[in-house]
Each structure stands twice: as C-alpha cells, then as structure tokens.
Write a protein that binds this ligand. Structure first.
Ligand SMILES: NC(=O)c1ccc[n+]([C@@H]2O[C@H](COP(=O)([O-])OP(=O)(O)OC[C@H]3O[C@@H](n4cnc5c(N)ncnc54)[C@H](OP(=O)(O)O)[C@@H]3O)[C@@H](O)[C@H]2O)c1
Length: 339
C-alpha cells in the first residue's frame, strides 16, 4: 500500500488492490467490472480498512444506477460517479489511520460504513466506524451497518417505541426489516411483521409475535401504536387506518420505478399532513454514526439482535448480488466476502 503522508500505518508494500469499479451510472451488470486499482489514501480523520466482508444494501443499488436522479446532486456526481469504487457497509481490520484519529489503531477489528467497500481496502471516516461485535464473524458484521442503524433510528428515535406497544413492521424480511423486527422486540414491543408468504417463517424467527402475509391478509384497522413502513408503497391514508388515534407512522422507504422522485411522494405527503392530525406521521434519513454502531454491537453481543444473512458471495458476484436484492429474492441480507 502507498503509505499516506497523514497516516501511521502497518508496514506494507501493497499499492494496488482488487475492486469492483464503474465509470458511469447504469445497470449493475452493464457498468460494474472487477479491476486492479490504487489503494485509497486516507485523510487526517479517516481510517484505511482492510476489508474482509462488505454488505449489500438498497443504497448501493441506487448509487450504481444513479437513480432517482436527485441522488446525483447529493455529492455522488452529476454526469458520472465521483468514486469509481462502490459499496458502503464493511467489516475488516484497520490498516492505517489518519493523523487526527485517536480511537483506532492498526490491527483493530472494526465495522461501519466507508467509501468503496467492494474492494480489498476502503477508506472510512473514523466517526462512522466502531469496534466489530465480538460475537460476530466479519461476514455477519458486514451485514449490520446501514440496515441496522436505520432500524435502530426508526424504532428508538422516530417511533419512540415503548415496552408493551403494538408495532407493525411492513416488509419485515429485508435488510432494514429483519433488524427492525429484532430491535423493536428488544425494546419490549409486541411486533407484527408483514412479508411475502415465503418469508413469514424468517420473520417469526426474528421475534415477531404475529405475522401477516400481504398476498392474502389486509391491514387491520386502528390497532398499532407504531407502524414502521419499510416498503410496499401502501397509501398513507390506508396506513393511518391501521394506527391508533395518536399513533406514529415512520416511513423508512418504499421503492417505485420513479426516476425523478423514486417513491418519496408518500414521505413528503405524510410530513406535510402530520401537523394537522393527532397521529405523528413522518420520515427520516439514517445518520451513520459510531455511537449507534456501538449500541448495535451491545444488542448483538447480548444476543438480542442477530444479523439474518441469506448468503455470502465473492467480490466478482456484486452485480448478481445487486440483482438478487432488487428482485426481492433475499431473506435478510447478502454479504460479499472480500478476503
Ligand atoms: N430512510 C433511510 O435512511 C433508509 C435507509 C435504508 C434503506 N431505506 C429504504 O428502505 C427500503 C427498504 O430497504 P431494505 O434495505 O430493507 O431493502 P431490501 O433488503 O431490498 O428489503 C425490502 C423488502 O421489500 C420486498 N421487495 C424487495 N424487492 C422487491 C420486488 N422487486 N418485488 C417485490 N417485493 C420486493 C422484499 O420483501 P417481501 O418479499 O416480503 O415482499 C424485501 O425483503 C428501501 O426503499 C430503501 O431505499 C431508507
């Protein structure tokens, strides 16, 4: 590796690495290729991680395709992607630290989010890394960061879930949903999970007391204290009928084919309506941070949360992995083994 001027590093002569890269936005199978590229250089507050495993999530699919379009204005590159290497979630070992980093040393096992984790090395802000949960393998740990932080912030901060509350998790079998069921149960909620027929067993195993098969069951009326809506695009008016009079609706996501808004119309509508009704309706964007990674490590090491890893695939399978994800064919999370 090239020793960065600002970093104290492990001795290594490696200057290049294997990575999945792209030069333009497009379908993963069209634009992604396996290449030998330069190992990244870290800034003063960054860490270079030797990636052992990388998690696959919806955000990565959006960043590869560049859709919906406003995402390109959010710093990812308007005409072409700024960072050729894709992937965010990672688990690995610290290979170098920037000048101002005091929380980590070379050799520490870490997990969190970085810039370009589908590669042998990735740089990451020290503020978005934490010690890897001791009870997990690197592959399990890589399944956690963005999905579980989103679930935690939905349950704890936006839903403010209390013990004994009835919580409905819509699309409970995916990346965010599989963590949301477990985190809500760890907060003492009575969880009902909504999923496709084939995924109901997983949702029960994750800790849902009740399950609803959306292919046959309608949403009940006025029953849940909190609804975490992670996908499926149920109209806000219909969701409100399944909430108590002062209940809370948290819209986490929901995919449409919309290239301009990508389905955020529901989130906008709920946020605008909320001040005029007794129910609390809203949405949020996950804030990636080390404190929440540490909270999650605690929930994991105490046995309250376990990542549901559907399968582990090699680095060159990233395009196929993203296709499995968007086709909705995964039970929980998919992980890329890099080492
Ligand atoms: N607010 C935030 O900060 C934030 C953070 C992370 C993610 N998100 C958003 O939250 C949503 C869920 O993310 P996720 O990572 O949990 O996604 P995911 O892992 O793909 O899971 C979502 C679930 O939706 C269903 N599904 C997915 N693709 C489908 C398809 N093509 N046809 C039918 N059903 C399909 C599947 O459940 P069934 O098979 O049971 O239907 C799947 O388990 C996305 O819209 C994502 O962009 C938001």
């Amino acid at each position: 590796m090239t020793i960065p001027e600002t970093a104290s590093t492990a001795a290594s002569a490696v200057t290049t690495m294997r990575a999945m890269v792209r030069e333009r936005y497009g379908s993963p199978s069209d634009v992604l290729r396996n290449a030998e590229v330069a190992v990244p250089t870290v800034g003063a507050d960054e860490v270079l991680v030797r990636v052992h495993a990388a998690g696959v999530d919806r955000g990565t699919w959006h960043i590869v395709t560049g859709l919906p379009y406003p995402l390109r204005l959010a710093g990812f590159g308007v005409r072409a992607p700024k960072n050729p290497v894709v992937g965010g979630d990672l688990a690995g070992v610290v290979a170098a630290v920037g000048r101002d980093v005091t929380r980590f040393r070379v050799g520490d096992e870490v997990y969190g989010t970085g810039h370009g984790s589908f590669a042998e090395y990735a740089r990451a802000s020290a503020s978005k890394l934490s010690a890897k949960p001791a009870s997990l393998t690197f592959e399990q740990a890589a399944a956690v960061p963005v999905s579980a932080m989103t679930a935690l912030q939905a349950v704890r901060d936006r839903g403010q879930v209390q013990p004994g509350q009835q919580v409905l998790v819509i699309r409970a079998s995916g990346g965010v949903g599989s963590f949301a069921v477990q985190v809500a149960a760890s907060y003492g909620a009575v969880v009902t999970g909504v999923a496709h027929t084939a995924k109901l067993d997983l949702v029960r195993r994750l800790g849902a007391k009740h399950v609803l098969d959306y292919t046959v069951d309608a949403l009940p009326h006025r029953r849940y204290d909190v609804i975490l809506d992670i996908g499926g695009n149920t109209p806000v008016a219909r969701l409100r009928k399944a909430l108590t009079r002062t209940g809370t609706l948290v819209i986490v996501g929901g995919e449409t084919k919309g290239r301009l808004l990508g389905g955020v119309q529901r989130q906008l509508g709920a946020t605008l309506l909320s001040p005029f009704v007794r129910q609390h309706l809203g949405t949020f964007v996950c804030k990636e941070n080390a404190d929440d990674l540490a909270v999650l490590a605690g929930l994991i090491d105490s046995g309250q949360v376990t990542p549901a890893v559907d399968r582990v695939l090699p680095l060159e399978a990233v395009p196929a992995a993203l296709q499995l994800l968007v086709d909705g064919r995964l039970l929980g999370k998919l992980v890329i083994a890099v080492v």
